[in-house]
Design a protein around this ligand. Structure first.
Ligand SMILES: [Zn+2]
Length: 489
């Protein structure tokens, strides 16, 4: 049986363009080594089998024969990645193929790389389908709510060894050292990991691009600086983002803020996120419109303080974005609790760029990471009263209107429904304790459809979370408009 499966995998690789005919012998011999086999017969005309079934059979074989001694999800994932790696081009070869496609067009190149990432299950398409997604229609443009069930929970069998941070190899999950890495105790398997080399802002081949295995939206990608160095947001970042869009005009790209609390989860490695998706913020209504220097500047009706700069001249866009950013970095208004600087700087932005026809749409979401005794997590961070739904930092994706909520929430919503309908005591459900206040506020309602109601409530609370992060929440829209009006001269 395994002989057939190896044949079928080789055929699958050839058909899906990640294995070249000239590399078949090389690939089959690497698979034999991996499976501790010494003989092989190439067969023709075998029926096609789905990739996931093929991999399952390889893993079963490896477990039966003792090649694989652990059965945890992450061990299986690591083994799958290793099998796929036997067929994949080396990183430099893959970059070369990518740029051959790029000569036809950027979209041809990214389609090739994306298809390869799907066909090899680098992008966990089947697991990503488990995510629960719906729209919430609230006070602003409809928000995207995602309950994330795709990332496997850590198996307790996978022992996490505590290691000295300085010795950590690779230094983080975004480092180039992950390319071809079998597995570590803390990082996902990366044998089949490939990064396409990029030049951005005249820094030749200093950048890389990969797709995200756990994609939250279509063609969710990560652009990273090859060097492990901290995130920064400044006018250089804006140049890098615009340059990416010039090279890949069919994508959106954005950066998390470079400061703690208001940034993403990885601050120590400069990177962007992008993809092919229309985010809720793009449908936001306009509160006020200014025209300056051949550009349009829209103040958006959005739960966080956000603007859109529109124009077809990239230098004008960059000048305007830098000018507004510089003003924002200095902007303090004590009467409405905006402090640009205490012991350190607090003001920054989340920048996002997308093309709309010939026009650049440059979004800037204003951020501030000031903390005090009352708000140790941050004054412009989710309010503690909403931690039961969202406690983590509000990063780029969420600031654009897509909630990424923990998978546990789905089970908890079911339990909440049961507790309310059957009038059970919440004390018997320790995991619902954090939802107590919320449950008390809704438990006396008479409803037929609790499922829809609870999902809607989650959306409403997430909308509140975004409003918590609005840097002008202690002032008014007019304060925000006044700031922008002054900054754009
Ligand atoms: Zn790194």
């Amino acid at each position: 049986m395994i002989n057939e499966r190896i044949n079928q995998l080789l055929d699958y690789g050839l058909k899906n363009n990640f294995l070249q005919q000239d590399d078949v012998f090389y690939a089959q011999n690497r698979i034999l080594k991996l499976l501790h086999l010494t003989t092989f017969k190439r067969l023709d005309d075998l029926p096609e089998i789905a990739f996931s079934n093929l991999i399952d059979d390889f893993i079963d074989f490896a477990i039966e024969t003792g090649v694989l001694t652990s059965k945890t999800i992450s061990t299986k994932d690591a083994f799958e990645a290793q099998i796929v790696d036997c067929l994949l081009p080396r990183p430099s070869e893959l970059s070369r193929i990518f740029y051959t496609h790029y000569k036809t067009g950027p979209k041809t190149a990214t389609t090739f790389f994306h298809n390869l990432s799907v066909a090899t299950n680098y992008i966990k398409t089947e697991r990503n389908k488990l995510n629960v997604r719906y729209k919430y229609q609230g006070k602003y443009a409809p928000l995207d709510i995602t309950i994330n069930l795709s990332k496997p929970e850590k198996d307790p069998m996978d022992i996490i060894l505590k290691r000295d941070e300085n010795d950590q190899y690779p230094a983080c999950a975004l480092c180039m050292e992950n390319v071809g890495l079998y597995q570590t105790e803390t990082l996902a398997p990366r044998s089949n990991h490939r990064v396409i080399s990029l030049t951005l802002d005249h820094e030749k081949d200093q950048w890389g691009m990969q797709y995200s295995p756990y994609a939250y939206f279509d063609e969710h990608l990560i652009v990273l600086r090859k060097e492990h160095s901290p995130m920064y947001v400044n006018s250089k970042t804006f140049h890098e983002l615009i340059d990416f869009i010039n090279k890949f005009p069919h994508y959106l790209i954005g950066s998390n803020a470079g400061l703690p609390i208001v940034g993403g989860s990885i601050l120590n490695h400069h990177h962007f996120q992008g993809g092919k998706y229309d985010f809720p913020i793009e449908k936001a209504q306009v509160l006020a419109l200014f025209k300056r220097k051949g550009l349009k500047i829209e103040i958006l009706d959005w739960p966080m303080a956000a603007i859109k700069i529109i124009g077809n001249n990239e230098n004008k866009i960059l000048d305007m974005a830098s000018q507004i950013f510089t003003d924002w970095q200095k902007y303090s208004n004590e009467s409405i609790n905006i402090f640009a600087h205490t012991k350190e700087d607090h003001n920054t932005v989340t920048p996002i760029v997308k093309l709309d026809g010939a026009d650049y749409n440059f979004y800037m979401i204003f951020r501030n990471n000031y903390t005090n005794d009352e708000f140790p997590y941050g004054m412009y961070h989710p309010n503690p009263s909403r931690f039961h739904i969202k406690k983590e930092n509000i990063g780029l994706i969420e600031a654009m209107g897509m909630a990424i909520l923990p998978g546990r929430l789905l089970t908890e919503l079911d339990m909440i429904k049961q507790v309310i309908k059957d009038k059970l005591s919440i004390n018997d459900f320790p995991e619902l304790k954090k939802h107590q206040e919320w449950i008390d506020s809704i438990k006396d309602l008479e409803l037929d459809d609790w499922d829809s109601f609870l999902k809607n409530e989650v959306g409403r609370i997430f909308e509140g979370v975004l409003e918590d992060c609005n840097v002008f929440k202690y002032g008014s829209n007019q304060d925000f408009i006044d700031f922008v009006n002054k900054a754009i001269y």
